[in-house]
Design a protein around this ligand. Sequence first.
Ligand code: KIV
Length: 278
Amino acid sequence: MDTKKITVDDIRNAKGKRKLTMLTAYDFPLASLVDKAGIDMILVGDSVANVVLGLDSTTKVGMSEMIHHAKAVTRAVKHALVIGDMPYDSYQVNPSESVKNAERFIKEAGCDVVKLEWFDKCLEVTEQIVKAQIPVMGHIGLTPQTADKIGGFKVQGKDAEAARRLIDQASNLERLGCFGIVLECVPDKIAQMITQKLTIPTIGIGAGVACDGQVLVIHDLLGLFERFTPKFVKKYINLSDGILKAIKEYKQEVEDGSFPAKEHTFSIKQDELNKLEK
Ligand code: KIV
């Protein structure tokens, strides 16, 4: 695999030439594996709230948790573009703090770019962050941070008017300088229209195959998150079953005394033991 660090220009230039790959990661071991597999972009997603921290909403993580996880990811990554996902309160509750918080992802955590979800002041916040020379990835369609304001966790853009709004949002984000846009839970034909209209890549999650790239939450792909599985998820492996089996085996072996075995045990020479016993 080419271990050259992927840049924002590489992502922009991939449009129309090859499909882009993106996955989330929140810690060193999984980020290392995702990077080693040659995935183009690693998102330190605020989905950490659900799949790692056991919270019921992504709005419940803040900057301190996101920076903590982002640092672990950037320590691991040599190749992929690392995207810091701005948590709800870092730009939606306090738009005036958004540039400062975006800078923390870059300077403190070592991320390359940030991502933010669409909300009513999205355009002005995006403009300010881009002006501060920080590349921004947009996110439209189902925006989990404001799901309560858009009718819940539902497919977005299902009628002509709602689809038109999504197309306008995407065009405006492109105009303001976003280098890419996540389309979450959007009908495939609308995602295709947006993808054809824009000169920047679209990255789909539940948005069909016409997008320029795809993203999934790594815990969903690995079968490590059991609370719910959206329709757009493909589980490539069921690690939960394998992990549970291994833990049960360990428990059994500790209880029956077969672990630790000789090969897991340190010894001392008999003459040293004899000295001690004297
Ligand atoms: O936080 C996240 O994992 C995301 C993806 C679903 C795109 O925003």
